[in-house]
Structure formats: structure tokens, C-alpha cells
Design a protein around this ligand. Sequence first.
Ligand code: 13P
Ligand code: SF4
Length: 324
Amino acid sequence: MNTEKQNIEIEPGIDFVEQINYLKKKKNAVILAHYYQNTDIQDIADYIGDSLGLAQQAEKTNADMILFAGVHFMAETAKILNPHKKVLIPDLNAGCSLAESCPPNLFSAFKAKHPNHIVLTYINCTAEIKALSDVIVTSTNAVQIVESYPKEQAIIFAPDKNLGAYINKKTGRNMVLWNGACEVHEIFSLEKLLKLKFQNPNTKIIAHPECEAPLLEYADFIGSTTALLNFTKKPENGNEFIVVTETGIIHQMQKYSPNKKFIPAPPNNNCACNDCPYMKLNTIEKIYLALKNEQPELILSNELINKAKLPILKMLELSKKFGL
Ligand code: 13P
Ligand code: SF4
């Protein structure tokens, strides 16, 4: 919906939080939000989490309707797990550069070139790529899932080459990597990061594994958004952090630890912090309109849902086994 049409549809003086809560109750809807959402969205969500937590919540929700405040591939996962429920996404243009970096036709050809390989795919991919995969992983469970396969098992890992390289290093594997990346995590400036660390010597650098290897070399801790958040909560890990991931997570870090200091790592441009342009397309106004109009709705064919569901269920089953 364009901004002009959206403004016409919004009643003047409306209290968005009150209206969203009213619509949620009336329609038995749940709002699932990723940590990278704008802070006002994080504050009205029923559940806020990383990709694994969100998939787990989507699997177990009793709501009739899911409003997914995240990006398209995340809403697709919720739909795949709930084919009979209405899944709404505030802005259908909320895509993902990493998911886009792996087109299904090219990936099919890549797969064909590597017979005898199983396909492990990061959840940040389209439903079509999931349908071509054996098991899905997230940044929370990737290392454990890879290690659950025998060392001699040949593996294709897609689409994030940085996460793949990190897992290869951590597990001593040699997975074949698809050449994809997240534009948000690749734009951090190593030079600016080191300067920041020099100016703030008591800080710990905490980074997401979607970042490039040279930068991860300097991290005191590497983990998924939930793992980074949990790290900052522990008193023994200190009081000052340089956070090398999307800035949205800092809202939760600051909420849990109001007296600690969180510095966003700077990107390789003139900005002081780093926002995902896709995640940030969602707004509280769009959430209100989506709940009110029950649009935009995420639609997938039954055939695609059935194919993509198996590797997602496998991931959820393995995560449960690992106590995640
Ligand atoms: P996690 O949610 O697994 O930490 O991944 C971060 C991300 O880039 C989501 O788009
Ligand atoms: Fe995609 Fe990167 Fe944005 Fe996550 S942060 S949604 S991986 S572009």
C-alpha cells in the first residue's frame, strides 16, 4: 500500500497501540516480531525473538491469525507451519538480500553438480529453496545440526557463505558453500570497529556469524541474536559491548540491562549504526492496517508448503532434541 493511500485509511488521532490490542483480541491474532524490528513494534509484540524462537512460536501458537513483524521468508515459515491459518505481513516488500542471493533455478543446478551431498539450508531463504533442502538451520542451532551428521557426510550449505565459513571453521568440516550474503552484516567496517575498540578498551565485541571472517576474528563472542542478548545479561561478561549486528537487538539488551553500555558497530558508510532496510519497512501504522484489513496476506501453494515443511520440521525436531 502506498503511503498516501495508507494515510487516507488511518483515522486521525488514532491510538495505534490501543487499536492493535483491540483487533488482536477480536480476531484472536498473535504478533510475532523479530529483534530487528523498530522498537515500538517490539514493544507491542506478543513474542519477540530470533529466527528459531519465532519458528518455534509459530509452530505452537493457538491463535487463528499470525501477524508476522519480520521479513518475507520468516512469514513464509509461519505459513508453512500453519497452512490453515491467515498469516499477515505488514509490508510485502520486506524481503531479504540473503534470501534473494539464492534463486531456485541456479540453486537446483548447483545441487545437481554435487550429487551425494545433503543440503543444509539457513532459514534465511525462500520457501522454494527450503523445498530443495534436507534440513533447515538457524544461527542458533546450525553448529549442533551440522555436528549431528557424520564427519564424512558431504554437505552443501546455503545461502550464507559467511555463516557457512564460520560453521566450517568451528566444526572442522568442509561444507560446499553457496556464494550468498546478508548486505547488512557485510557492510560493517573493520577499520571503524577497531578504532571504536581502541577508544573503548573495556568493551567486548559481540558479533553475529553472518559477518565476514576478518571481522569475526576480533569478536569476543559470536552468536545468534538470542545468544548475543543472553551473553550481555550475564554479570561475568562485563558492562560494555560493541554490538556487531542489526541495531534492533540493542533495544532488548538495554531493557534487560539498563545500566550497561551498548555501542552499535558502525557500517562502511556515513551512518553511525546499521539498520536492515527490509526489516525497517514495517511500521506500527502498517501493523494496524494489516490487522484491520487482514491484508497483505501471505499465500503459498499447498504443493510448496508440503515440500518446504519437511526440512523445517526436521530442524524443529533436532532443536528440541538439543534442548534449544
Ligand atoms: P537470527 O534471527 O537467527 O539471529 O538471524 C539474524 C537475521 O539476520 C535475521 O534476518
Ligand atoms: Fe536479510 Fe540481512 Fe535483513 Fe536479516 S538482516 S533480513 S539476513 S538482509
